[in-house]
Design a protein around this ligand. Structure first.
Ligand code: SDX
Length: 392
């Protein structure tokens, strides 16, 4: 504590902004979007309904939802030259690297929706981002597996369209599995927004300078990629694969507790939740639904359940209030649906684009909004005079 500043390594105790979108009570494990509990939204609504709620503040009527869906589907195609942009990447490029590049490149197109002071242009930019992110995500996957891009089919739902663009091929018709589409839509709802997490704060900070909205979302994608944040879903499944069987769990729990070992249990712990992440509860239930729908079973799910059981009965995890978070079970589901681990964070970014766009709009329309300017606690030398190189 020196003067006006206190140093909080996690910046969790200093509010960075006011927001009406999402409320989290980390101690109670509560997550509300515009007042609605995440469990009720995941159970009863659709991702497009939640997108409308986050953007507009209220759940849509049937007509409002239909109009919103129509508007979004009208923007699902990307500029043909953007498809050429992919050719610059190596085939083995990580899809998140491609997402950073291609979404950032959107700021070089669509010049009619970059004036952030024009409400019409802001709305068009918002709709374009929500609509095009699944198309770009599917293109990133197709490019990595050497298959042709599929154009959107706007007769399908938002999530069905994404599944077809990802797993469909021109050579044969693609049938969207309703149970998989429902599970995928629910997973998107669980990832839609989460208050002022690192990537959302990045989008807000970039947007506070008046930067191009497409470039701001690209900045959020870059931040989300880190394994401490959205990259944890990919890391969590890789960790479960490394653990393999339940017999090896104690070895990994011991490593996670060892301060000299940088290993942490991926998918466990949270900056805010000191209780069970309510999203993880829904995610664990969804695993069984997807396994039943696809008539598959992945022994890694049993390993995950056993790991949770042993960790939650271990004094270290109890004392430090470390619980499974949204990333712990998501990989088991996404792998069962057919996504490679490299696509997991892309799916997180796809869903979180709705939250980033809603948070960006809230920030940019705040009449008191100023450019973000975090301060620091200076720990360097006090003032001193220059010494010529010959005297050093
Ligand atoms: C997301 O912010 C958001 O809202 C993010 C997110 C969203 O929707 O946007 O919820 C998405 O990013 C979820 C988190 C995904 N990340 C992981 O699962 C990676 C594994 N978890 C961690 O690396 C960690 O838990 C963090 C990064 C999430 C939080 O780390 P902190 O800030 O160190 O957590 P903490 O202060 O609560 O840690 C308390 C103690 C520390 O030990 P001490 O310094 O007290 O000795 O617990 C330890 C930590 O070292 N600890 C862990 C651990 N997480 C924290 N030890 C072992 N395994 C872990 N996973």
């Amino acid at each position: 504590q020196t003067g006006a500043f206190t140093y909080d390594p996690g910046f969790t105790s200093t509010a960075s902004c006011q927001s009406a979108l999402t409320y989290i009570d980390g101690d109670e494990g509560v997550l509300l979007h515009r007042g609605y509990p995440i469990g009720e939204l995941a159970e009863n609504s659709s991702f497009m309904e939640v997108a409308y709620l986050l953007l507009n503040g209220e759940l849509p009527s049937a007509d409002e939802l239909s109009g919103f869906n129509t508007t979004i589907t009208r923007h699902t195609m990307v500029h043909e030259q953007l498809a050429a942009f992919f050719r610059g990447f190596r085939r083995d490029a990580h899809p998140m690297a491609i997402m950073c590049g291609v979404v950032g490149a959107l700021s070089a197109f669509y010049h009619d929706s970059t004036d952030i002071h024009d409400p019409v242009q802001r709305t068009i930019a918002s709709h374009r981002l929500i609509a095009k992110i699944p198309t770009i995500a599917a293109m990133a996957y197709k490019y990595s597996v050497g298959q042709p891009f599929l154009y959107p089919d706007n007769s399908l739902s938002y999530t069905g369209n994404f599944l077809r663009m990802t797993f469909g091929v021109p050579a044969e018709p693609y049938e969207v599995n309703p149970a998989v589409a429902k599970a995928m839509d629910r997973i998107f709802i669980l990832h839609a927004d989460h208050e002022q997490n690192a990537s959302t704060s990045t989008v807000r900070l970039a947007g506070s300078s008046g930067a191009n909205p497409f470039a701001c979302i690209a900045a959020g994608i870059a931040c989300l990629w880190g394994p401490a944040h959205g990259g944890a879903n990919e890391a969590a499944l890789n960790m479960l694969r490394e653990i393999g069987t339940p017999e090896r769990i104690p070895e990994f729990i011991a490593r996670a507790k060892d301060k000299n070992d940088p290993f942490r249990l991926m998918g466990f712990g949270h900056r805010v939740y000191k209780n069970y992440d309510p999203r993880a509860t829904v995610m664990q239930k969804t695993v069984r639904e997807v396994f039943d729908a696809l008539k598959v079973n992945d022994p890694l799910f049993d390993t995950a359940l056993r790991l949770e059981e042993l960790a939650l009965s271990d004094d270290y995890f109890i004392e430090k209030k470390l619980f499974p978070n949204v990333d712990f079970y998501s990989g088991v589901i996404l792998s069962a649906i057919g996504f490679p681990t490299e696509m997991f964070t892309v799916l997180f970014a796809l869903a979180r684009t709705v939250g980033w766009v809603a948070q960006w709009n809230e920030m940019i329309t705040d009449p008191d909004q100023k450019i973000g300017r975090p301060r620091q606690l200076y720990t360097g030398p006090t003032q001193r005079s220059y010494v010529p190189v010959g005297q050093r």
